[in-house]
Write a protein that binds this ligand. Structure first.
Ligand code: ADP
Ligand code: MG
Length: 292
């Protein structure tokens, strides 16, 4: 009777747009005690917008924006696309970029007109020995508003702080409430700024936050959550989520996410949001209760 009810359940799940890769995933999911969620693209729309641009005295805003947009046009990060779109909206002409390098979890660096430019998180500036000066406070203020601050330095001198804001998916708050109602703990894992992450988590009632993790650190974060709470279900969408999807007791990929994430997951959610997670857990709990 066991295989039959699991077959029926995975069939029903598929009709709801929840694809269980193997029957055992249904069983494992039922045992999860904590659900860890990636932030960007999973909790949020993954389409940030540039909301603020604060330059130091004497710096021309348009010229700075056109330079960093030219650099970010080489990056595939959602933040980069926000900056490029902002420059397009202002119809700015982009300068030629001579060299480009992307530093995972940190930002980007490039040579433009003989200057070395870096754009990225505060930790990227600190690592590059750039003093943030007054812009540190401006950045903190953006983070407190749930925005992600990005800093810009030219030849080691801080020139600007920008903020991007990534709206929360409208279905996210109800999904988190539903997880709590099922007796599950909810965690968030992100490479984003600590203050930004904490603010968003507080707004959503998320129990635990692991922020400023480098892509390789997501696996460590899963292991730590597992040691503290028991079986972990991880939900993610990005390339940088693939190792964590594989490392979690059960990995659920958002179907609108990247191929690498989908390939690494035990469960694929065809809907672009967290409602599939609720359906998957609900179905796994009901199926396993029937079997017992
Ligand atoms: P996440 O997608 O969860 O924010 P990432 O590891 O991709 O995690 O990025 C971590 C941080 O590194 C970002 O929040 C941002 O501050 C910085 N960063 C990454 N890529 C870029 C980029 N192309 N331009 C500017 N900053 C970037
Ligand atoms: Mg993501």
């Amino acid at each position: 009777a066991v295989p039959t009810s699991i077959m029926v359940a995975t069939g029903r799940a598929a009709e709801m747009g929840v694809l269980f890769r193997k029957g055992s995933a249904l069983q494992t999911l039922q045992g999860a005690t904590i659900v860890a969620l990636d932030k960007t693209g999973t909790l949020t729309q993954g389409r940030p917008e540039l909301t603020d641009l604060h330059v130091v005295e004497g710096v021309d805003e348009s010229s700075l924006l056109s330079t960093i947009a030219a650099i970010e046009a080489r990056s595939e990060h959602p933040i980069a696309q926000a900056i490029v779109r902002a420059a397009q909206q202002r119809k700015l002409e982009l300068p030629t970029v001579d060299t480009f390098d992307s530093v995972t979890g940190m930002g980007v660096t490039a040579q433009v007109s003989g200057q070395t430019i870096i754009v990225g998180a505060d930790r990227f500036m600190i690592e590059s020995t750039v003093e943030l000066g007054d812009l540190e406070i401006a950045g903190k203020r953006f983070a407190e508003q749930g925005k992600s601050p990005l800093f810009v330095a030219f030849d080691g001198q801080i020139k600007a702080v920008l903020a991007v804001s990534d709206p929360i998916k409208s279905s996210t708050p109800a999904a988190i409430n539903a997880l709590h109602a099922m007796g599950l703990k909810v965690a968030m894992i992100t490479g984003d700024n600590q203050v930004t992450a904490k603010g968003i988590a507080a707004q959503l009632g998320i129990d635990e936050v692991v922020a400023e993790v480098l892509p390789a650190g997501k696996v460590k974060a899963i292991e730590a959550l597992s040691a503290a709470h028991g079986k972990v279900a991880f939900v993610g969408d990005g390339i940088n989520d693939a190792p964590a999807l594989a490392a979690a007791d059960i990995g659920l990929a958002i179907g609108t996410g990247t191929d690498v994430a989908i390939e690494s997951a035990d469960v694929v959610l065809m809907s672009g949001d967290l409602r599939g997670v609720i359906n998957a857990i609900d179905l796994s709990q009901r199926t396993m209760t029937n079997i017992r």
